[in-house]
Write a protein that binds this ligand. Structure first.
Ligand SMILES: N=c1c2ncn([C@@H]3O[C@H](COP(=O)(O)OP(=O)(O)OP(=O)(O)O)[C@@H](O)[C@H]3O)c2ncn1[C@@H]1O[C@H](COP(=O)(O)O)[C@@H](O)[C@H]1O
Length: 105
Protein backbone atom coordinates (compact mmCIF):
# COMPACT_ATOMS: atom_id res chain seq x y z
CA UNK A 1 0.00 0.00 0.00
CA UNK A 2 1.24 3.50 -0.78
CA UNK A 3 1.53 6.34 1.72
CA UNK A 4 -1.53 7.91 0.07
CA UNK A 5 -3.58 4.71 0.42
CA UNK A 6 -2.54 4.42 4.08
CA UNK A 7 -3.46 8.06 4.72
CA UNK A 8 -6.84 7.65 2.98
CA UNK A 9 -7.56 4.63 5.21
CA UNK A 10 -6.64 6.62 8.34
CA UNK A 11 -8.89 9.49 7.23
CA UNK A 12 -11.78 7.05 6.62
CA UNK A 13 -11.30 5.73 10.18
CA UNK A 14 -11.31 9.26 11.59
CA UNK A 15 -14.65 9.91 9.85
CA UNK A 16 -16.21 7.56 12.43
CA UNK A 17 -14.25 8.99 15.38
CA UNK A 18 -15.21 11.54 18.01
CA UNK A 19 -14.55 15.06 16.58
CA UNK A 20 -12.74 15.94 19.81
CA UNK A 21 -10.31 13.07 19.29
CA UNK A 22 -8.52 14.27 16.15
CA UNK A 23 -8.03 17.18 13.72
CA UNK A 24 -9.32 15.06 10.82
CA UNK A 25 -12.46 13.97 12.69
CA UNK A 26 -13.11 17.60 13.67
CA UNK A 27 -12.71 18.86 10.09
CA UNK A 28 -14.94 16.11 8.64
CA UNK A 29 -17.59 16.86 11.26
CA UNK A 30 -17.79 20.42 9.88
CA UNK A 31 -19.06 19.03 6.57
CA UNK A 32 -17.94 18.77 2.92
CA UNK A 33 -18.16 22.52 2.27
CA UNK A 34 -15.67 23.29 5.06
CA UNK A 35 -13.38 20.47 3.85
CA UNK A 36 -13.50 21.94 0.33
CA UNK A 37 -12.78 25.43 1.66
CA UNK A 38 -9.78 24.13 3.61
CA UNK A 39 -8.48 22.31 0.52
CA UNK A 40 -8.78 25.57 -1.44
CA UNK A 41 -6.82 27.48 1.22
CA UNK A 42 -4.05 24.89 1.23
CA UNK A 43 -3.92 24.86 -2.59
CA UNK A 44 -3.50 28.65 -2.62
CA UNK A 45 -0.67 28.39 -0.06
CA UNK A 46 1.04 25.88 -2.37
CA UNK A 47 0.53 28.17 -5.37
CA UNK A 48 2.17 31.04 -3.46
CA UNK A 49 5.25 28.91 -2.67
CA UNK A 50 5.41 27.66 -6.27
CA UNK A 51 5.39 31.23 -7.56
CA UNK A 52 8.04 32.26 -5.02
CA UNK A 53 10.14 29.24 -5.98
CA UNK A 54 10.81 28.07 -2.41
CA UNK A 55 11.18 24.32 -2.98
CA UNK A 56 11.27 23.38 0.72
CA UNK A 57 8.09 25.29 1.56
CA UNK A 58 6.39 24.05 -1.63
CA UNK A 59 7.14 20.46 -0.57
CA UNK A 60 5.55 21.12 2.86
CA UNK A 61 2.51 22.85 1.35
CA UNK A 62 2.10 20.11 -1.28
CA UNK A 63 1.84 17.57 1.55
CA UNK A 64 -0.89 19.73 3.13
CA UNK A 65 -2.69 19.85 -0.23
CA UNK A 66 -2.64 16.06 -0.63
CA UNK A 67 -3.87 15.50 2.93
CA UNK A 68 -6.71 18.02 2.50
CA UNK A 69 -7.59 16.58 -0.94
CA UNK A 70 -8.04 13.16 0.70
CA UNK A 71 -10.19 14.68 3.46
CA UNK A 72 -12.36 16.43 0.84
CA UNK A 73 -12.76 13.17 -1.12
CA UNK A 74 -13.73 11.35 2.08
CA UNK A 75 -16.28 14.06 2.88
CA UNK A 76 -17.98 13.39 -0.49
CA UNK A 77 -17.49 9.61 -0.34
CA UNK A 78 -15.15 9.49 -3.35
CA UNK A 79 -12.61 6.65 -3.13
CA UNK A 80 -8.94 7.43 -3.74
CA UNK A 81 -8.80 4.20 -5.77
CA UNK A 82 -11.39 5.66 -8.17
CA UNK A 83 -9.26 8.78 -8.65
CA UNK A 84 -6.17 6.62 -9.22
CA UNK A 85 -8.12 4.44 -11.69
CA UNK A 86 -9.10 7.58 -13.62
CA UNK A 87 -5.43 8.64 -13.77
CA UNK A 88 -4.44 5.14 -14.91
CA UNK A 89 -7.11 5.23 -17.63
CA UNK A 90 -5.72 8.54 -18.89
CA UNK A 91 -2.23 7.08 -19.22
CA UNK A 92 -3.48 5.26 -22.30
CA UNK A 93 -4.96 8.41 -23.84
CA UNK A 94 -3.55 11.40 -25.66
CA UNK A 95 -4.38 14.82 -24.18
CA UNK A 96 -7.00 15.40 -26.90
CA UNK A 97 -8.71 12.03 -26.30
CA UNK A 98 -8.71 12.66 -22.54
CA UNK A 99 -10.42 16.00 -23.00
CA UNK A 100 -13.08 14.43 -25.23
CA UNK A 101 -13.78 11.73 -22.60
CA UNK A 102 -14.38 14.17 -19.71
CA UNK A 103 -17.80 14.08 -18.02
CA UNK A 104 -20.03 16.96 -19.16
CA UNK A 105 -21.15 19.37 -16.45
N1 LIG B 1 -1.26 14.75 7.12
C1 LIG B 1 -1.92 15.27 8.03
C2 LIG B 1 -2.04 16.70 8.13
N2 LIG B 1 -1.57 17.70 7.36
C3 LIG B 1 -2.03 18.83 7.93
N3 LIG B 1 -2.78 18.56 9.03
C4 LIG B 1 -3.44 19.48 9.94
O1 LIG B 1 -4.18 20.39 9.19
C5 LIG B 1 -4.28 21.59 9.92
C6 LIG B 1 -4.16 22.70 8.93
O2 LIG B 1 -3.39 23.72 9.40
P1 LIG B 1 -3.95 25.17 9.49
O3 LIG B 1 -2.81 25.96 10.01
O4 LIG B 1 -4.56 25.59 8.20
O5 LIG B 1 -5.10 24.93 10.53
P2 LIG B 1 -5.58 25.73 11.72
O6 LIG B 1 -5.07 27.11 11.63
O7 LIG B 1 -5.27 24.92 12.95
O8 LIG B 1 -7.12 25.64 11.41
P3 LIG B 1 -8.22 26.71 11.14
O9 LIG B 1 -8.94 26.82 12.46
O10 LIG B 1 -7.56 27.96 10.69
O11 LIG B 1 -9.10 26.10 10.07
C7 LIG B 1 -3.22 21.57 11.03
O12 LIG B 1 -3.84 21.49 12.28
C8 LIG B 1 -2.45 20.29 10.74
O13 LIG B 1 -2.09 19.55 11.88
C9 LIG B 1 -2.83 17.24 9.17
N4 LIG B 1 -3.46 16.47 10.09
C10 LIG B 1 -3.33 15.13 9.97
N5 LIG B 1 -2.58 14.52 8.99
C11 LIG B 1 -2.52 13.04 8.88
O14 LIG B 1 -3.73 12.49 9.36
C12 LIG B 1 -3.47 11.53 10.35
C13 LIG B 1 -4.56 11.58 11.38
O15 LIG B 1 -4.48 12.80 12.09
P4 LIG B 1 -5.48 13.13 13.27
O16 LIG B 1 -6.80 13.34 12.66
O17 LIG B 1 -4.95 14.40 13.87
O18 LIG B 1 -5.46 11.98 14.20
C14 LIG B 1 -2.09 11.89 10.94
O19 LIG B 1 -1.45 10.78 11.45
C15 LIG B 1 -1.39 12.42 9.70
O20 LIG B 1 -0.87 11.31 8.98
Amino acid sequence: MSVLNDLAATIAERAKADPESSWTAKLLAKGPEKCAEKFGEEAIEAVIEAVKGDREKLTYEAADVLYHLLVMLEARDVALDDVLAELARRQGLSGVAEKAARPTS
